[in-house]
Design a protein around this ligand. Structure first.
Ligand SMILES: Cc1ncc(COP(=O)(O)O)c(C=O)c1O
Length: 432
């Protein structure tokens, strides 16, 4: 119910007048948001929306989650900031907790403020540990907005830095719906994974520092590789002296269902792992974790002014505790199956849906003009956005061609809310 008029337009105007024009916003008329509770957010005029994107998978559990907010506010009143120059209890406690939930001997944490910094830290650490420089990333991947992260990112629209960096090579992604080798799994024999060896032999000096990859590509459109993909690539990368960095910025914290981290579904242990986004349910934090041995190889001075901030660390610890207390790993797995089941039903009714994929509460719906040619259909995505907005539902999008809907509600969502959002999405498709 709209209680006030023009507030949205006024707020948007100020935002657009004083921020860089390159700060992109969703929707033809941007949607300013002023409050949130649970899985719902409100605009400046009292309009209510069911949130199926969670601020880019960052409100991992719920908006203004009671317990997390309480613990965060308590810390805010106690100690707000000291920098990494002083040990604090929230940072020490969080690091200890993280060591207890991470796979494969990962136990040394470094805290920063964003996924970009987390990936930068991981790459620098891998370079120190191996003595090598070159990095292998994946086409369609996203690593952030520093110069190096943009060079690692493999989406031309997100590579706006004028600083070009050598030593970063992009392997073909395991994007089965658009297989770069025009093959099908499993008869492809994982050609994309095996090609990494030739990439290293032909495009690098023959020694690499790391392979950095998202277990499920986020910005790329929730692309899920075959189960045995990471084992094959990791073995190749190790053979050429490199480490495997799993970028869990989107896939961490139970998002993929059943496990804390996305990579745990693929039967390999990363040498280094990074995360950010949903780690503190919306407070800024970045995180890099590795083994004792690899961490010790990083020589020299390093600080992060805001890294390990007590307030962010308290929020992250409270988020992890809430995930455990509310059984969200299992719940996300279950709701993810239900969500994908509905979307697969949609696919039967709407010919523009070329592919439905995902893991846990990370579901991608790829829209195409023609199922045979798979020509991307970005225009329908724009229409679906406007129609879902009218229905009071927020969703996300992604993919190189902007033709993939990304559905990733906060993991605290109830089954009833999930079903409600699905109905709204169906109505939007029916109006296409
Ligand atoms: C997989 C992945 N890595 C890194 C980043 C960069 O994170 P941030 O925007 O917090 O710098 C993102 C952001 O979307 C991401 O999706």
């Amino acid at each position: 119910m709209k209680t006030e008029t023009r507030k949205n337009a006024e707020l948007t105007k100020k935002y657009k007048d004083f921020l860089f024009p390159s700060v992109i916003t969703y929707y033809q008329e941007p949607l300013p948001l002023v409050s949130g509770k649970g899985c719902r957010v409100m605009d400046a005029e009292g309009g209510e929306y069911l949130d199926f994107f969670g601020g880019i998978l960052t409100v991992s559990i719920a908006h203004c989650h009671e317990k997390i907010t309480k613990r965060t506010a308590e810390q805010l009143k106690k100690l707000q900031h000291v920098s990494t120059l002083y040990p604090t209890k929230p940072a020490a406690d969080l690091a200890e907790k993280l060591a207890s939930i991470c796979p494969g001997g990962l136990r040394r944490s470094f805290f920063t403020n964003s996924g970009t910094e987390a990936d930068e830290m991981a790459v620098m650490t891998a370079q120190h540990a191996t003595g090598n420089q070159e990095i292998i990333c994946l086409r369609h991947s996203y690593s952030g907005r520093s110069a190096m992260a943009m060079n690692m990112t493999a989406h031309s629209p997100w590579r706006i830095s004028k600083t070009l960096m050598p030593g970063i090579k992009h392997a073909h992604a395991a994007y089965c719906y658009r297989c770069p080798f025009k093959l099908s799994y499993p008869s492809c024999d994982l050609a994309c994974a095996k090609d990494v060896e030739e990439l290293i032999q032909t495009e690098t000096c023959g020694k690499v520092a790391a392979f950095l990859a998202e277990p499920v590509m986020g910005v790329g459109g929730f692309v899920v590789p075959p189960k045995d993909y990471f084992k094959v690539v990791t073995d190749i990368v190790h053979k050429y002296g490199g480490l495997f960095i799993a970028d869990e910025v989107q896939t961490g914290w139970g998002r993929t269902g059943g496990k804390w981290f996305g990579i745990e579904h693929f039967g390999v242990n990363p040498d280094i792992m990074t995360s950010a986004k949903g780690m503190a349910n919306g407070l800024p934090i970045g995180w890099t974790i590795t083994t004792d041995k690899i961490a010790e190889s990083l020589k020299g001075l390093t600080i992060s002014t805001f890294g390990g901030n007590p307030v962010s660390c308290a929020a992250a610890h409270a988020t992890i505790d809430a995930i455990e207390e509310e059984g969200l790993l299992q719940k996300t797995e279950k709701l993810g199956h239900i969500l994908r089941g509905h979307l697969l039903e949609f696919q039967k009714s709407f010919p523009c849906i070329g592919d439905v994929r995902g893991m846990g509460l990370m579901a991608g719906v790829e829209l195409v003009l023609d199922r045979k040619t798979k020509a991307p259909d970005a225009k329908s995505v724009v229409k679906i956005f406007e129609e879902t907005r009218k229905e009071g539902l927020l969703i996300g999008k992604g993919g190189l061609y902007g033709n993939i809907l990304r559905i990733s509600p906060p993991m605290g969502i109830s089954l009833a809310e999930l079903e409600e959002g699905i109905k709204k999405l169906r109505k939007a498709f029916e109006r296409l």
